[in-house]
Design a protein around this ligand. Sequence first.
Ligand code: ZN
Length: 318
Amino acid sequence: MQIPLLFGPYGGGALAHAERLADYGVNAVWFHGFDADAFEACRRHNLAACVEFKTFRANFDERPELIPIGVDGQPIRYGRLVQGVCLSQEEFLEEVETALVEGVRTFQPTGIWLDYLTYAGWFETPAPDLQESCFCPSCIAEFCQATGIDADTPQAILAHHRDAWTRHKCERIAAFARHYGAIIRAHLPGCVVGAYMCPWRPDEFDGALRRIFAQDYSLLAPAIDVFTPLIYARKSGRAADWGRAFLESARDFVPADRHIQLILDVLDFPDSLEHVAASREPSWGIQLFGGASIFAEPDAARIFAAAVERMRAALGGP
Ligand SMILES: [Zn+2]
């Protein structure tokens, strides 16, 4: 399948400027959920409608049963940005699936980006609080059943079966990716399936990409057309060239036949975007988180347009 080259803001707020987005190189808008108004605005202005679909994220204050269990047998510590849930919560998983099925039956998005497709944690910070999870009895039983390993405590698992535990978590996430991808493709054969990713290389934070978030690019690749790491440099305490550095090293761990499309943060604009536009390894399109404000300012919007032009040229396209 040919994956379209898409550039634009993330956030339905940008559609307030829908009539002038195309003047600045924008051909797509990403927005949260299956939002009928956003679909209609995209249709009217000939913009590709792309959905960010929330998978494993919930308000833990309202749904405490979803909080994963940590190595001490207690619910994990969490902050405002936490994503991931206990994946043995069938009722919640049914809610997610129902929302996806309803969405793909009702709308025809150009793409659907699966968000929060991870085990629990949060990464938009320079000093992440990384905790192993989920060690609830059901998740431990699932591990034992899937692997044939006999271990009943977090301590036994981490002491003797750490690699198998990590692998099992990654396979569990990848199985959900396949399942959701299959639902999308069954209803919308041409729809791009994307995934938002923890933006860390596999070797950072002692392997936390797989060990904590259970995101394994190779295992996810069969289900995912476009990988979108969240390159929020300032929030993460990184330099403005982080996105470029990611792109230029990503082929060490992202399968060659899969596209990488960064999402950049408007707080890092324009430096981060300009670095990405100069990358030796181009990003397959770009999303700009919170980008609405850029398109209210012609000077800023022109910077975006120039970067898009440069990236299109680097990709050999029009
Ligand atoms: Zn669990």
